[in-house]
Design a protein around this ligand. Structure first.
Ligand SMILES: [Zn+2]
Length: 282
Protein backbone atom coordinates (compact mmCIF):
# COMPACT_ATOMS: atom_id res chain seq x y z
CA UNK A 1 0.00 0.00 0.00
CA UNK A 2 1.06 3.55 -0.28
CA UNK A 3 -0.09 6.89 1.03
CA UNK A 4 0.92 10.08 -0.69
CA UNK A 5 1.85 11.81 2.56
CA UNK A 6 4.49 9.18 3.23
CA UNK A 7 5.68 9.27 -0.33
CA UNK A 8 6.24 13.00 0.05
CA UNK A 9 8.19 12.66 3.28
CA UNK A 10 10.19 9.88 1.74
CA UNK A 11 10.89 12.05 -1.28
CA UNK A 12 12.71 14.54 0.88
CA UNK A 13 14.80 11.90 2.58
CA UNK A 14 15.53 9.38 -0.12
CA UNK A 15 15.32 11.43 -3.29
CA UNK A 16 19.00 12.26 -3.21
CA UNK A 17 20.15 8.75 -2.37
CA UNK A 18 18.08 7.13 -5.08
CA UNK A 19 18.72 9.66 -7.78
CA UNK A 20 16.09 9.49 -10.47
CA UNK A 21 13.40 7.96 -8.27
CA UNK A 22 12.00 11.15 -6.81
CA UNK A 23 9.59 9.26 -4.56
CA UNK A 24 12.27 6.87 -3.32
CA UNK A 25 10.33 3.75 -4.24
CA UNK A 26 12.52 1.65 -6.49
CA UNK A 27 11.26 -1.95 -6.48
CA UNK A 28 14.61 -3.15 -7.80
CA UNK A 29 16.40 -1.70 -4.76
CA UNK A 30 14.10 -2.33 -1.81
CA UNK A 31 17.11 -2.56 0.48
CA UNK A 32 17.55 1.21 0.04
CA UNK A 33 14.03 2.17 1.10
CA UNK A 34 13.71 4.74 3.86
CA UNK A 35 12.02 4.94 7.22
CA UNK A 36 11.38 1.79 9.21
CA UNK A 37 11.31 -0.29 6.02
CA UNK A 38 14.88 -1.28 6.78
CA UNK A 39 15.72 -0.24 10.32
CA UNK A 40 13.90 0.70 13.51
CA UNK A 41 10.81 -1.39 12.95
CA UNK A 42 9.23 -3.67 15.54
CA UNK A 43 9.07 -6.64 13.27
CA UNK A 44 5.48 -5.96 12.19
CA UNK A 45 6.24 -5.39 8.51
CA UNK A 46 4.08 -6.25 5.48
CA UNK A 47 3.48 -8.09 3.25
CA UNK A 48 3.68 -11.62 4.68
CA UNK A 49 3.28 -15.16 3.46
CA UNK A 50 0.11 -16.56 5.08
CA UNK A 51 0.58 -20.19 6.02
CA UNK A 52 -3.06 -21.23 6.05
CA UNK A 53 -2.51 -24.22 8.35
CA UNK A 54 -1.28 -21.80 11.04
CA UNK A 55 -4.20 -19.36 10.84
CA UNK A 56 -5.96 -18.99 14.20
CA UNK A 57 -9.74 -18.88 14.65
CA UNK A 58 -10.71 -15.74 16.55
CA UNK A 59 -14.28 -15.47 17.90
CA UNK A 60 -13.79 -11.72 18.49
CA UNK A 61 -13.46 -10.99 14.78
CA UNK A 62 -16.76 -9.79 13.33
CA UNK A 63 -18.07 -9.58 9.79
CA UNK A 64 -16.73 -6.64 7.75
CA UNK A 65 -19.56 -4.12 7.38
CA UNK A 66 -19.54 -2.04 4.20
CA UNK A 67 -21.42 1.27 4.27
CA UNK A 68 -24.18 1.73 1.71
CA UNK A 69 -22.04 3.99 -0.47
CA UNK A 70 -19.87 1.00 -1.34
CA UNK A 71 -22.88 -0.42 -3.17
CA UNK A 72 -24.01 2.75 -4.95
CA UNK A 73 -22.55 4.12 -8.18
CA UNK A 74 -21.66 7.29 -6.32
CA UNK A 75 -17.87 7.35 -5.83
CA UNK A 76 -16.02 10.12 -7.70
CA UNK A 77 -12.33 10.75 -8.01
CA UNK A 78 -9.22 10.51 -10.15
CA UNK A 79 -7.30 7.55 -11.53
CA UNK A 80 -3.60 8.29 -11.93
CA UNK A 81 -0.11 6.85 -12.11
CA UNK A 82 1.62 7.70 -8.82
CA UNK A 83 5.03 6.62 -10.09
CA UNK A 84 4.87 3.31 -8.25
CA UNK A 85 1.29 2.12 -8.83
CA UNK A 86 -2.01 3.13 -10.38
CA UNK A 87 -4.47 4.62 -7.95
CA UNK A 88 -8.11 5.72 -7.74
CA UNK A 89 -8.38 8.51 -5.17
CA UNK A 90 -11.78 9.62 -3.94
CA UNK A 91 -12.19 13.38 -4.14
CA UNK A 92 -14.30 15.90 -2.24
CA UNK A 93 -17.25 15.44 -4.58
CA UNK A 94 -17.56 11.83 -3.48
CA UNK A 95 -19.89 10.91 -0.61
CA UNK A 96 -18.08 9.43 2.38
CA UNK A 97 -17.41 5.70 2.09
CA UNK A 98 -16.84 3.85 5.36
CA UNK A 99 -16.11 0.32 6.48
CA UNK A 100 -16.55 -1.09 9.97
CA UNK A 101 -14.21 -3.74 11.33
CA UNK A 102 -14.07 -5.36 14.76
CA UNK A 103 -11.95 -2.51 16.14
CA UNK A 104 -13.88 0.43 14.74
CA UNK A 105 -15.01 2.48 11.78
CA UNK A 106 -12.66 3.60 9.00
CA UNK A 107 -13.02 5.94 6.02
CA UNK A 108 -11.95 4.83 2.54
CA UNK A 109 -9.39 7.17 0.94
CA UNK A 110 -8.09 5.39 -2.16
CA UNK A 111 -7.57 2.09 -3.88
CA UNK A 112 -4.48 1.03 -5.87
CA UNK A 113 -2.93 -2.03 -7.45
CA UNK A 114 0.17 -4.21 -7.27
CA UNK A 115 1.23 -6.51 -10.10
CA UNK A 116 4.11 -8.58 -11.45
CA UNK A 117 6.00 -9.26 -14.64
CA UNK A 118 4.81 -12.81 -15.22
CA UNK A 119 1.93 -15.15 -14.50
CA UNK A 120 2.17 -16.45 -10.94
CA UNK A 121 3.70 -13.20 -9.64
CA UNK A 122 2.16 -9.87 -8.68
CA UNK A 123 0.43 -9.90 -5.31
CA UNK A 124 2.27 -8.62 -2.27
CA UNK A 125 0.78 -11.13 0.16
CA UNK A 126 1.21 -14.82 -0.52
CA UNK A 127 -0.81 -17.81 0.59
CA UNK A 128 1.26 -20.91 1.28
CA UNK A 129 3.90 -19.33 -0.93
CA UNK A 130 1.64 -18.56 -3.89
CA UNK A 131 0.99 -15.16 -5.46
CA UNK A 132 -1.91 -14.04 -7.63
CA UNK A 133 -1.38 -11.73 -10.60
CA UNK A 134 -2.87 -8.59 -9.01
CA UNK A 135 -3.51 -7.40 -5.45
CA UNK A 136 -5.85 -4.44 -4.95
CA UNK A 137 -5.56 -2.37 -1.76
CA UNK A 138 -8.46 -0.35 -0.36
CA UNK A 139 -6.74 2.09 2.01
CA UNK A 140 -8.75 3.44 4.95
CA UNK A 141 -7.90 5.80 7.80
CA UNK A 142 -9.38 5.45 11.27
CA UNK A 143 -12.24 7.83 12.01
CA UNK A 144 -12.25 7.82 15.81
CA UNK A 145 -8.65 8.65 16.72
CA UNK A 146 -6.29 11.34 15.58
CA UNK A 147 -3.18 10.47 13.66
CA UNK A 148 -2.20 7.54 11.53
CA UNK A 149 0.87 6.30 13.33
CA UNK A 150 -0.92 4.26 15.99
CA UNK A 151 -1.17 0.53 15.49
CA UNK A 152 -4.74 0.97 14.21
CA UNK A 153 -4.29 4.17 12.19
CA UNK A 154 -4.97 2.48 8.86
CA UNK A 155 -7.07 -0.44 7.71
CA UNK A 156 -6.45 -2.00 4.32
CA UNK A 157 -8.71 -4.48 2.57
CA UNK A 158 -6.77 -6.58 0.04
CA UNK A 159 -8.56 -8.22 -2.88
CA UNK A 160 -6.67 -10.81 -4.92
CA UNK A 161 -7.15 -11.21 -8.68
CA UNK A 162 -6.16 -14.14 -10.88
CA UNK A 163 -5.47 -13.76 -14.59
CA UNK A 164 -8.32 -14.78 -16.90
CA UNK A 165 -9.23 -14.64 -20.58
CA UNK A 166 -12.18 -12.34 -19.91
CA UNK A 167 -12.40 -9.15 -21.94
CA UNK A 168 -11.73 -5.79 -20.31
CA UNK A 169 -15.15 -4.61 -19.15
CA UNK A 170 -16.92 -3.34 -16.04
CA UNK A 171 -14.72 -1.57 -13.52
CA UNK A 172 -11.56 -2.75 -15.32
CA UNK A 173 -12.61 -0.69 -18.33
CA UNK A 174 -13.30 2.36 -16.14
CA UNK A 175 -9.83 2.21 -14.56
CA UNK A 176 -7.83 2.04 -17.79
CA UNK A 177 -4.02 2.06 -17.20
CA UNK A 178 -3.33 2.87 -20.85
CA UNK A 179 -4.77 6.35 -20.19
CA UNK A 180 -2.15 7.05 -17.47
CA UNK A 181 1.10 5.60 -18.83
CA UNK A 182 3.34 8.26 -17.25
CA UNK A 183 3.90 9.14 -13.61
CA UNK A 184 3.02 12.31 -11.74
CA UNK A 185 0.20 13.40 -14.01
CA UNK A 186 -3.20 14.32 -12.70
CA UNK A 187 -4.81 11.27 -14.20
CA UNK A 188 -8.40 11.28 -15.39
CA UNK A 189 -11.72 11.82 -13.71
CA UNK A 190 -13.76 8.74 -12.82
CA UNK A 191 -17.39 9.35 -11.91
CA UNK A 192 -20.25 7.22 -10.65
CA UNK A 193 -17.93 4.41 -9.64
CA UNK A 194 -19.42 1.49 -7.73
CA UNK A 195 -16.69 0.30 -5.37
CA UNK A 196 -18.41 -2.98 -4.55
CA UNK A 197 -17.88 -3.98 -8.20
CA UNK A 198 -14.24 -4.60 -7.28
CA UNK A 199 -15.16 -7.01 -4.47
CA UNK A 200 -15.88 -10.69 -5.13
CA UNK A 201 -19.44 -10.94 -6.40
CA UNK A 202 -20.59 -13.37 -3.70
CA UNK A 203 -18.47 -11.94 -0.91
CA UNK A 204 -18.95 -13.56 2.47
CA UNK A 205 -18.17 -10.84 5.01
CA UNK A 206 -16.50 -13.37 7.32
CA UNK A 207 -14.24 -14.65 4.57
CA UNK A 208 -10.98 -12.89 5.43
CA UNK A 209 -7.59 -13.19 7.12
CA UNK A 210 -6.46 -10.46 9.53
CA UNK A 211 -3.14 -9.43 11.05
CA UNK A 212 -1.22 -6.37 12.34
CA UNK A 213 1.23 -5.00 9.80
CA UNK A 214 2.65 -1.99 8.00
CA UNK A 215 2.47 0.14 4.91
CA UNK A 216 4.29 -1.72 2.12
CA UNK A 217 6.03 1.39 0.76
CA UNK A 218 8.28 3.88 2.58
CA UNK A 219 8.02 4.82 5.41
CA UNK A 220 6.60 1.31 5.98
CA UNK A 221 4.86 2.65 9.12
CA UNK A 222 3.62 -0.14 11.38
CA UNK A 223 0.07 1.19 11.67
CA UNK A 224 -2.06 -1.08 9.50
CA UNK A 225 -4.82 -3.53 10.32
CA UNK A 226 -4.81 -5.87 7.31
CA UNK A 227 -7.91 -7.67 6.01
CA UNK A 228 -7.07 -10.12 3.23
CA UNK A 229 -10.22 -11.27 1.41
CA UNK A 230 -10.34 -15.02 0.83
CA UNK A 231 -12.46 -15.27 -2.33
CA UNK A 232 -10.66 -14.14 -5.46
CA UNK A 233 -11.68 -12.15 -8.51
CA UNK A 234 -10.50 -12.38 -12.13
CA UNK A 235 -8.30 -9.87 -13.92
CA UNK A 236 -8.39 -9.85 -17.75
CA UNK A 237 -5.04 -10.72 -19.34
CA UNK A 238 -5.28 -7.63 -21.54
CA UNK A 239 -5.57 -5.47 -18.43
CA UNK A 240 -2.41 -7.02 -17.02
CA UNK A 241 -0.64 -6.12 -20.26
CA UNK A 242 -1.66 -2.49 -19.74
CA UNK A 243 -0.45 -2.51 -16.13
CA UNK A 244 2.92 -3.87 -17.16
CA UNK A 245 3.32 -0.96 -19.60
CA UNK A 246 3.10 1.70 -16.88
CA UNK A 247 6.22 3.86 -16.50
CA UNK A 248 7.60 4.72 -13.06
CA UNK A 249 8.69 8.19 -12.00
CA UNK A 250 12.17 7.54 -13.40
CA UNK A 251 10.65 6.80 -16.82
CA UNK A 252 11.37 3.08 -16.63
CA UNK A 253 8.76 0.40 -17.26
CA UNK A 254 7.12 -0.53 -13.97
CA UNK A 255 6.50 -4.17 -14.78
CA UNK A 256 6.46 -5.28 -11.11
CA UNK A 257 5.60 -3.35 -7.95
CA UNK A 258 5.29 -5.81 -5.08
CA UNK A 259 7.39 -5.69 -1.94
CA UNK A 260 9.34 -8.70 -0.80
CA UNK A 261 7.86 -10.95 1.89
CA UNK A 262 8.57 -9.84 5.47
CA UNK A 263 9.06 -12.03 8.53
CA UNK A 264 5.93 -12.84 10.54
CA UNK A 265 7.94 -12.88 13.80
CA UNK A 266 5.67 -13.21 16.85
CA UNK A 267 2.48 -12.24 15.04
CA UNK A 268 -0.52 -14.45 14.38
CA UNK A 269 -2.83 -14.36 11.38
CA UNK A 270 -6.44 -14.84 12.46
CA UNK A 271 -9.81 -15.39 10.84
CA UNK A 272 -13.37 -15.20 12.21
CA UNK A 273 -14.22 -18.35 14.13
CA UNK A 274 -17.37 -18.78 12.12
CA UNK A 275 -15.26 -19.63 9.09
CA UNK A 276 -12.42 -21.42 10.79
CA UNK A 277 -9.65 -22.96 8.83
CA UNK A 278 -12.09 -24.36 6.32
CA UNK A 279 -13.79 -21.49 4.55
CA UNK A 280 -16.44 -23.92 3.30
CA UNK A 281 -18.01 -23.51 6.76
CA UNK A 282 -18.80 -19.87 6.04
ZN1 LIG B 1 -0.52 -1.26 -1.69
Amino acid sequence: MSVSLFAFVCCLVAGVALGAHSNGIDYNHQELWGGVCVTGNKGHQSPINVITANVVQNPRLAAIKFSNNWKLASAHGYFNNTGHNVQFTLDSSSPTVTTTFSNGQYQLKQMHMHWGKTTGTGSEHRFDGDQTEVEIHFVHTRMTTAGTTSQNGFAVIAVFAEVSRASVSGFWAKLDPSRVPHANKDGFKVSNFKLSDVLPSHLNNYDYYHYDGSLTTPECTEAVQWYLIGERIKVPAAYLTSLRSIKDDAGKVLDANYRQIQALNSRKVDTPAICGKSLSKC
